[in-house]
Design a protein around this ligand. Structure first.
Ligand code: FA5
Ligand code: MG
Length: 366
């Protein structure tokens, strides 16, 4: 079985926003790279092809065969024999990069996940990943754990300023902050005050000490290394006040002309407040448990020629006492980022989605 990749996703392959001059994703990437350039000792290799072996994305990273992230509801499989995927994280490049002699690197690339549809999730986003092994002079005499923490403290302050409020959520206190490919793992959460005075905590990165079995597989038995991975979109949204993650893919000059290399202080000026159109769809779930929210979102992405769906929200759910059947009602919010949608256009898409829901996900429309 392979997943058909929605056109809205496949046409993003090769766009490489992280290398597009004056694009906010590139500006944020450069700012992170500049911190590590100042540290010294790092290489900055880039592997642009996001199609990778399942082995490198999951197996060699010790991700168990029953791990949810491997499910075709979460990951885009691109070959008939299920041996290749659109990489789901930049850690997929760790084994190939280290094996080919990069022992200290910072890399960046596009990653793909089937996910929710809302203002902070998009099936394509960008990650920066860092890897540093013992032997890099900037480790000095300190342990790998200490070195990781020093670099991360420095990076967070470089990005958000000295007075930033943030915390390290260590695996030992927060078991959910762990990764199969690292131990002594942690996640960093930054709390920012928004223009309206409210505080918002966001998870900006995951990190840890690389598992010895992976070091061995990379030909570095007996050595240790740290690694971290962070998402760029949410950072850029915070720095610039960009309200909707889909905007990064806009080719509209009203968006692109607002950003300049090195300029971090400007705030994004919204250029459209187009009306949204809401459509609800309610159904009974079938007995086979075939329906998943991610598969539903993927059908929506496949049916939309352009990015016209802003959000898909579960509005209501209940169980019929007599039959035991479960009903769910979802609201699909349609809004094009830069033009007004016609009723006709929305109705066609909505009808197609309804038909496919019934055919493919074993539900009965109400
Ligand atoms: C990872 O992807 C790990 N590979 C990170 C890592 C690397 C850990 C090396 C240890 C060693 P996670 O799925 O939590 O972890 O994603 C890492 C970061 O990417 C998150 O902290 C967040 O900033 C960003 N991110 C994750 N999912 C999304 C999404 N759907 N949209 C935007 N950003 C996301
Ligand atoms: Mg996470």
């Amino acid at each position: 079985m392979t997943t058909t990749i929605p056109k809205a996703v496949s046409e993003k392959v090769g766009r490489n926003l992280h290398n597009q001059e004056n694009h906010p994703i590139k500006i944020v990437k450069d700012r992170i790279f500049s911190f590590f350039k100042d540290c010294g000792g790092f290489r900055f290799p880039e592997r642009l092809d996001p199609i990778v072996e399942v082995e490198n994305n999951f197996d060699k990273l010790l991700i168990p065969s029953n791990h949810v992230s491997r499910s075709p509801s979460d990951t885009y499989y691109v070959s008939q024999d299920m041996s290749r995927v659109l990489r789901t994280h930049m850690t997929a490049e760790m084994v190939p990069l280290v094996t080919s002699g990069n022992y200290n690197y910072i890399t960046c690339g596009d990653v793909y996940r089937k996910d929710a549809i809302d203002s902070t999730h998009y099936p394509v986003f960008h990650q920066i990943e860092g890897f540093m092994s013992q032997g890099n002079p900037s480790h000095g005499d300190i342990s790998v754990e200490e070195s990781l923490r020093i670099h991360l403290h420095g990076l967070i302050k470089h990005l958000f300023g000295d007075t930033v409020k943030y915390r390290f959520m260590e695996e030992k206190d927060h078991p959910e902050c762990s990764f199969p490919f690292t131990y002594n793992s942690l996640e960093v959460e930054v709390t920012l005050t928004l223009p309206d005075g409210t505080e918002k905590a966001i998870e900006v990165l995951g990190a840890g000490t690389v598992q010895p079995r992976i070091m061995e597989a990379c030909g570095l038995s007996g050595k240790s290394a740290w690694a971290f991975g962070m998402g760029l979109e949410r950072l850029a949204m915070l720095f610039y006040g960009i309200p909707d993650i889909r905007l990064f893919w806009s080719t509209d000059h009203r968006f692109l002309s607002q950003f300049k290399e090195g300029d971090f202080s400007s705030k994004f000026q919204p250029f459209s407040s187009l009306p949204a159109c809401y459509k609800d769809v309610a159904f009974w779930l079938g007995d086979k448990g075939k329906f998943t929210y991610n598969d539903f979102c993927n059908i929506i992405k496949e049916e939309c020629e352009e990015d016209i769906v802003e959000e898909v929200i579960l509005k209501d759910t209940f169980t019929n006492g007599k039959t035991g059947k479960v009903s769910e009602c979802y609201r699909i919010v349609y809004r094009h980022p830069s033009r007004t949608l016609s009723n006709e256009e929305i109705n066609t898409v909505q009808d197609n989605i309804r038909n496919r829901l019934e055919k493919e996900l074993d539900v009965t429309l109400r």
